[in-house]
Design a protein. Structure first.
Length: 379
C-alpha cells in the first residue's frame, strides 16, 4: 500500500523550507539505545497475568536493552550495502547513557534519585556481555554512531513523586527493575514518565541543567568524543533547554516536524514547527525527520514502499532523507521474530535505495550537522 494523498501532501510540505543539497544524503536516526524497557519475556508474561496491558504496546512487547545478537545481526545488514564512496549504511544510535540505580533508590526510600551508566546495566542482563565492545567495533567500522539522547529516558522528578505517592503499577515495574509500562489504553510519554526533558515548572527547568551536563559528560567518557547532536526523548523540550544543550557542545538538534514545548503550569505542550537547516538564536541548527521506518509499530503496513516514497519526495526537494527508526525494530530478546522480520525489511529498504539512487551517501547525524553548517557558511 502506497502513501495516502494526505501523507504525500505532508511529506512534501515538510521538505519545502530549509537547507538543501543536490547530493542524495541518507541518514538513519534510531532512538533509545542503552535504555532499559521490558526486562524479559518472563517479566512481560508476569505483567499480563497482573492485568497490565503490556501487549497493547509495541514497545513493551518488543523493546528491551540491546543484546549481543541484536547488534551482530544489525551490523550484518548495514554492512551489506555500500554508498557511492564505498561506505556501509550507518545508524545514528541515539544513546541513553544511564538508567536508574534501583537498589540505591529503594535504600533511600524513594526520596532521592541515583543512576548508573548503561554499561553497568548491561551486566545485569544475560546475553549482553559484549555489547559495549560491539558498539566500539560498530563505530570503528562506520556502522554505528552514538549521539546523545539523554542521561536517562525518564522524567526523574515525576517518577519519584509517583513512587512516593504509592503508585501501584509503577511500584510493580520498579520491583522488576523497570521504570515504565503501559498502564492504560491511552498511555503516552508524559503519563509513562518517558518525557525526560519535560519541564513543566521553572524549578523543573532549572533542575534539567545538571542532568544535561552530567549526561553529556558521561557520553564523552564512554565514547571518547563529544556528541554534537541531540534528540529529546518524545520530542519534548522547553526552548530554554537549548541553552543547556549549547553549553555542552550540542550544535544541532534532531527533531520531528513538531517540537513539543512544555508550558509552565499547563497540560498541553506548545507545538513549534521545525525544518532542516533552521537556526536558533544560539547558532544551533535543527534537522527534521522526513521519512519513517517503524515496522514494529504496525507489521501489516508496507514500510519499505512507503519509506522509499518519502525518500523520493525528499530528494525531489533536494533535501537529505532523514529516516526515523527506533531501536524496538531491531531487538529480539522478547520476540525474535520481530527482529528477524524487520531486519529483512531493512535489508530490502537499503537494497532498493541503492538501486534507485546509486549515488546515495550514507551519513550520521553529526556528519550532516557539519554539512549543514558548512552550507550556511558558504564553504
Amino acid at each position: 500500500m502506497s502513501l495516502s494523498i494526505k501523507e504525500i501532501a505532508s511529506a512534501n510540505l515538510v521538505n519545502i523550507p530549509g537547507w538543501r543539497s543536490k547530493e542524495k544524503i541518507l541518514v538513519i536516526e534510531s532512538d533509545d539505545w542503552g535504555s532499559i524497557r521490558m526486562a524479559s519475556k518472563e517479566t512481560y508474561n508476569w505483567f499480563l497475568q497482573q492485568g497490565v496491558p503490556v501487549d497493547k504496546s509495541a514497545y513493551d512487547s518488543n523493546d528491551s536493552l540491546e543484546s549481543n545478537e541484536d547488534l551482530e545481526l544489525l551490523f550484518e545488514v548495514l554492512n551489506s550495502v555500500k554508498d557511492r564512496n564505498g561506505n556501509p549504511a550507518i545508524i545514528t544510535a541515539n544513546n541513553i547513557v544511564a538508567n536508574p540505580d534501583f537498589d540505591k533508590i529503594r535504600a533511600a526510600g524513594y526520596q532521592q534519585y541515583f543512576y548508573q551508566p548503561f554499561t553497568e546495566t548491561l551486566k545485569e542482563y544475560p546475553h549482553h556481555n559484549r555489547v559495549f565492545d560491539l558498539y566500539k567495533q560498530g563505530i570503528d567500522s562506520r556502522l554505528f554512531r552514538p549521539q546523545f539522547h539523554g542521561r536517562e529516558h525518564l522524567n526523574v522528578q515525576s517518577w519519584l513523586q509517583r513512587l512516593q505517592s504509592g503508585d501501584k503499577v509503577l511500584q510493580m515495574a520498579f520491583d522488576k527493575r523497570m521504570f515504565s509500562v503501559k498502564m492504560q489504553a491511552d498511555s503516552n510519554c508524559r503519563k509513562q514518565q518517558l518525557d525526560a526533558f519535560g519541564t513543566y515548572t521553572p524549578q523543573q527547568l532549572t533542575a534539567l541543567a545538571p542532568i544535561i551536563e552530567e549526561g553529556t559528560a558521561l557520553f564523552s567518557s564512554l565514547w571518547g568524543y563529544t556528541s554534537t547532536t541531540i534528540i529529546s526523548p518524545c520530542y519534548v523540550w522547553h526552548p530554554d533547554a537549548e541553552i543547556f544543550f549549547a553549553k555542552n557542545g550540542i550544535e544541532m538538534i534532531q527533531s520531528g516536524v513538531a517540537q513539543l514545548a512544555p508550558q509552565f503550569g499547563q497540560e498541553k505542550n506548545l507545538i513549534k514547527r521545525r525544518f532542516t537547516g533552521q537556526k536558533n538564536k544560539l547558532g544551533q541548527y535543527y534537522s527534521v525527520r522526513n521519512a519513517t521506518f517503524e515496522p514494529a509499530s504496525n507489521p501489516a503496513k508496507d514500510w519499505v514502499s512507503n519509506c522509499l516514497q518519502q525518500i523520493k519526495i525528499a530528494y525531489r526537494w533536494n533535501k537529505p532523507a532523514i529516516i526515523c527508526s527506533h531501536r524496538l525494530n531491531y531487538t529480539g530478546s522478547l520476540n525474535p521474530s520481530n527482529r528477524s522480520a524487520n531486519l529483512q525489511l531493512l535489508a530490502l529498504l537499503l537494497k532498493e535505495v541503492k538501486k534507485n539512487w546509486p549515488d546515495v551517501i550514507f551519513m550520521s547525524s553529526d556528519q550532516l550537522a557539519v554539512k549543514i553548517k558548512k552550507g550556511h557558511a558558504g564553504i
